[in-house]
Design a protein around this ligand. Sequence first.
Ligand code: EPS
Length: 445
Amino acid sequence: MHERIPHGAKAAAEILRELLDAQAHNAACWTPKAAVARLSLPPDGTVKGHARTEARMLKFYTAGESHGQALFAYISGLPAQLPIDLKFINTELHRRQLGYGRGGRQKIEQDRAEIFAGVRHGNTIGAPIALRIENRDWANWEKILPVEPSEDDPGARKLVAPRPGHADLAGSLKFNYHDARYVLERASARETAARVAAGAFAKILLQEFGTEIASHTLQVGNIRLERPATWKDIRAVSADLDSPLRCTDAATQDKMKTEVDAVLKANDTVGGVFEIVAHNVPPGLGSHAQWDEKLDGRLAQALMSVQAVKAVEIGEGVSIAAAHGSDVQDEIFYDKAVHRFRRFSNRAGGLEGGITNGEDLVMRGYLKPISTLRKPLHTANMVTKEPVEAAYERSDWCVVPAGAVAGEAMVALVLADAFLQKFGGDSLAETRRNFDGYVRQINEF
Ligand code: EPS
């Protein structure tokens, strides 16, 4: 990725000549400012091929309220000519809707992505992608949350008793509403449907290069999977649409289900831990060079942004804090058969110095129990300031498998961004050429 550039007086002359040539060809990018920048090259005469890991290559945003007309996702930066499998995207959306312990809303919705832009004849075209997921529940909210000013009582679904643990109070203070309705509409984890659709595009890109992402449930409440799960186990349970909690061990899963039943009976909720594994990740994604380029930091931020996630772990990050250094590092050997450096263990979770090392990426999201409780909690009315019981809105009581699917999407989006930062490419063929060249470099290292 480094272009050799001569420096000193000769370089200045060459640059000026290039500048004049380029101006003659009316090349907009070749401004005098760019020429000056090139004159102050580092003494080793090298220049970066592109912005490396500072500029985001894959951008995405979501819009939409939980009970509005629809959710939206916009994805920008994918190379052209990437085949898009809409069925795969919709299966991802379906996976997010599943899981033992979900509330009534998922019986109403049948999440499907409708693509409006950026995909033609089944392939990306290098233009921003826009998609929509319909909220079927909108039919029940049209009069309550209209876009236009309305004659109807706007207070019909006011929420003045903020629910502890939700964004209700902090958001109302911030946006100056004495009603948490608009805040909760956007804070709701319904928004993760749009992230999952965007993440499916990122997964499609990564799959082209052999990288797969899957998740499983490690813990529900106090019930924890005690035996290690292999990639094969995780991949299988992750794709199993009939698995109630996506736990790789049937006996543990039964205990988890009993726990979920118990919290429902007690009008309570339960949290847990999901684990996400990215398999067959090329070494060298991310960078050690700047704090915001470190891939572990970027993955942690992305996972932490998923609703109800209150802690993130990479590899064995939590337990190794109590161990000695000689017990926790992953010792290295060279596997001649596959021309790869490997590890005897993977406690680092595939990341060292903020760079992927070729082992599986292993990340865990710790979910707090959902904050909406049928058992009333103490709160204060935002208008009267009097003590009251917190409002109750229909909700789930266990979301570990759904949270995991949202987490997979976030991991995919960060990894695809890091992938495009390393390999670039405006068309899939160009990305592949760059990728193949790097694979050759690693094979011959
Ligand atoms: C969700 C839809 C929501 C909630 C849940 C997640 O639907 P409703 O509010 O209509 O029941 O079930 O979100 C939360 C409770 C939350 O606190 O984030 C979904 O589609 O995932």
